[in-house]
Design a protein around this ligand. Structure first.
Ligand code: CMC
Length: 431
């Protein structure tokens, strides 16, 4: 059998072209339109990339219809149950689960890159006291390239690896420092004896005058949330990282651009927006009113934490987080968080509503993650920062995959121009 192709016929000219089909290992194959413009004179038009693959990747596979997510082929449910965030980070960067020696070596590399340059720490003081921590993250992460010149040669695989380790290692310290700045407390140094998430909790919540005990429930819950958020194929922030990186920009700048894209409420900012929404709803008696607003086309309000571009089924990460929410609230509180009750009620009502059923709108990962963060004592404006720490693994893995790829070239979309046709300049006095 010959190469699989798709035939396109131009009804105006009768011209027929064959487009090659690229095979996937799982999921839909892709029609290669790389020569489409050259052969037809047309661009393809797909705002929001509803049908367009922007790259090939071996990292993450998700099937939105089935509600299935895999990292390097491993189902998210299995990784959530058996793995750790550091192990998943290794898997994403290097393609295979590590053996004990590899894991120890990687853990060591991440641990020993966790300190921040003392001058970098001065940056935090320059931010206004009530700056949003995500604004601080964008600025400080972007500035990392000013400190680590020795790992910004993107053509050197060793530099790429060190930059990747540095970013994964330093994100918790930057995140914690942005929180400490907002509450007016001293920054805390990393402690190499602690786990990745234990270290983060310690840097966020310990103070010089008191001993801080890391709650193992909180440490484990955070580790699990980080696994779930580690990557999610070509979402808005990851695509931003790839696009920025395609120009040859240094990796620190690329990750800063990813953080900026993540901040939006339709993406990573949704976890913060969910809590705000639950707070606004306040009581189960108000649920019908808010649902009516969410369904009203003339009302911009959307049910935050519901719906997904790819999942047209229950987000598998939301399933895991929902279950964990029960456990965490049981262990850390009295198990009766009214906000969790409200969220469960809202989900139940929405999922039996024709509007949500028809559009296949299910809870996404952010619907319950904020409730866990809240139970761990993490303030609402830090939720998206938490997301950014975990997603750094995906961003750097995707960036490394792209730079290492043989057909890597600058990303440069085309456009359908619908503006004015050529016209002559009119002098100011004649307008
Ligand atoms: N509440 C009410 N209606 C909704 C919602 C929602 N949360 N999400 C989608 N719809 C409706 C939408 O109005 C449209 O209706 P119609 O067909 O009548 O015009 C239909 O469902 C399809 O929605 P869409 O906007 O075309 O879908 P999209 O793929 O462009 O958007 C989304 C996906 C995630 C941006 C959107 O569902 C949304 O805004 N959700 C709320 C924000 C949110 O929870 N974001 C987190 C996403 S998961 C984590 C992450 O990726 O960072």
């Amino acid at each position: 059998m010959g190469e699989h192709t798709v035939t396109v016929i131009d009804n105006r000219t009768g011209k027929q072209i064959e487009l090659p089909v690229r095979k996937s290992t799982q999921g839909p194959d892709a029609v290669d339109i790389g020569h489409f413009f050259r052969e037809t004179g047309y661009f393809t038009y797909d705002p929001g990339f509803l049908s367009t693959a922007s790259c090939h990747s071996q990292l993450t596979y998700l099937d939105g219809e089935q509600g299935m997510l895999q990292f390097r082929g491993y189902p998210i449910e299995q990784l959530a149950e058996h793995s750790s965030f550091i192990e998943v980070a290794y898997l994403m960067l290097y393609g295979e689960l590590p053996n004990q020696v590899q894991l120890d070596g990687f853990q060591d590399a991440i641990t020993h890159h966790s300190m921040l340059n003392e001058s970098l720490k001065e940056f935090f003081r320059g931010f206004y006291h009530d700056a949003h921590p995500m604004a601080i993250m964008v600025g400080v992460v972007g500035s990392l390239s000013a400190f680590y010149h020795d790992s910004t040669d993107i053509n050197n695989p060793e530099h790429r690896e060190i930059a990747a380790h540095r970013m994964i290692a330093k994100m918790p310290g930057i995140a914690a420092a942005s929180y400490k700045h907002s509450v007016g407390e001293a920054q805390v140094y990393p402690d190499n004896s602690l786990s990745y998430t234990g270290n983060l909790l310690n840097m966020m919540f310990s103070v010089p005058c008191e001993k801080y005990e890391i709650d193992p429930v909180a440490e484990k819950a955070l580790d699990l949330i980080f696994i779930l958020h580690a990557d999610h194929e070509q979402n808005a922030s990851t695509s931003t990282v790839r696009l920025a990186g395609s120009s040859g920009a240094n990796p620190f700048a690329c990750i800063a651009s990813g953080i900026a894209a993540l901040w939006g409420p339709a993406h990573g900012g949704a976890n913060e927006a969910v809590l705000k929404m639950l707070d606004d709803i306040g009581d189960v008696s108000n649920v019908p009113k808010y649902l009516a607003c969410a369904k009203d086309r003339d009302d911009p309000f959307r049910l935050m934490g519901f719906g997904h571009r790819v999942y047209k089924n229950y987000d598998p990460r939301a399933q895991i987080i929902r279950k964990m929410c029960h456990e965490v609230l049981e262990k850390l509180g009295d198990g009766n968080d009214p906000m969790f009750e409200l969220a469960l009620h809202l989900e139940e009502i929405a999922r039996s509503d024709e509007y949500f059923i028809e559009r296949k709108l299910y809870p996404n990962v952010d619907f319950y993650s904020g409730l866990i963060y809240k139970a761990l004592g993490i303030p609402t404006n830090m939720f998206t920062v938490m997301f950014s720490i975990a997603r750094t693994v995906g961003w750097v893995a995707q960036w490394m995959e792209m730079i290492g790829s043989e057909d890597q070239r600058i990303g440069r979309p085309r456009q359908l121009y619908v503006g004015a046709k050529q016209r002559d300049y009119v002098p100011l006095g004649e307008r």
